[in-house]
Design a protein around this ligand. Structure first.
Ligand code: FE
Ligand code: FE
Ligand code: MG
Length: 163
């Protein structure tokens, strides 16, 4: 980003880059958690759950892409080492050691709820200060809200009696 472009971002840019990198770490870990979860999923509604997890994996990777572009534009560097993903993450990584679809859904709902809180904080940080980042984060947040809703809907379908 040019000098003026950086200047109009009326926030502590260094702090913002740090926050964006932490969210970037979350996205890669969410991507992997969904991706590998879809592979190992077993039990009730396996096809539906695995399909949804696969879709979400693709979307989390897209979020990582969006964040890294913004980090670079702001003059930062995305995290370069896999170990830094684990070090910097807000939401962590939940190993899908129980492959039952119910456990996977619960685990990923927890992840989405953490993502929603993280992006809400980021949104508040840049509100009325950096409209470009605001717009980007809002777009991601909309996806995370949808992710939570999709997973909760499947979980509640699972709990209803089979007709
Ligand atoms: Fe995401
Ligand atoms: Fe998500
Ligand atoms: Mg979905």
């Amino acid at each position: 980003m040019g000098t003026k472009g950086r200047e109009i971002a009326g926030v502590d840019v260094k702090k913002l880059i740090k926050m964006l990198n932490k969210a970037y770490a979350d996205e890669w870990l969410a991507y992997y958690q969904y991706w590998v979860g879809a592979k190992v999923a077993s039990g009730r509604m396996r096809g539906i759950v695995a399909g949804e997890l696969e879709e979400h994996a693709v979307e989390e990777l897209k979020h990582a892409q969006m964040l890294t572009e913004r980090i670079l534009t702001l003059g930062g560097t995305p995290l370069l080492k896999p170990e830094d993903l684990l070090k910097e993450t807000n939401c962590g990584y939940d190993e899908p050691s129980d492959p039952s679809t119910k456990a996977l859904l619960k685990q990923n709902i927890k992840g989405e709820q953490c993502a929603i809180s993280t992006y809400k904080k980021l949104l508040d940080f840049v509100k009325d200060k950096d409209p470009i980042t605001y717009h980007l984060i809002l777009e991601i947040l909309e996806d995370e809200v949808e992710h939570e809703e999709d997973l909760e809907a499947i979980l509640s379908d699972m709990a209803s009696p089979v007709k």
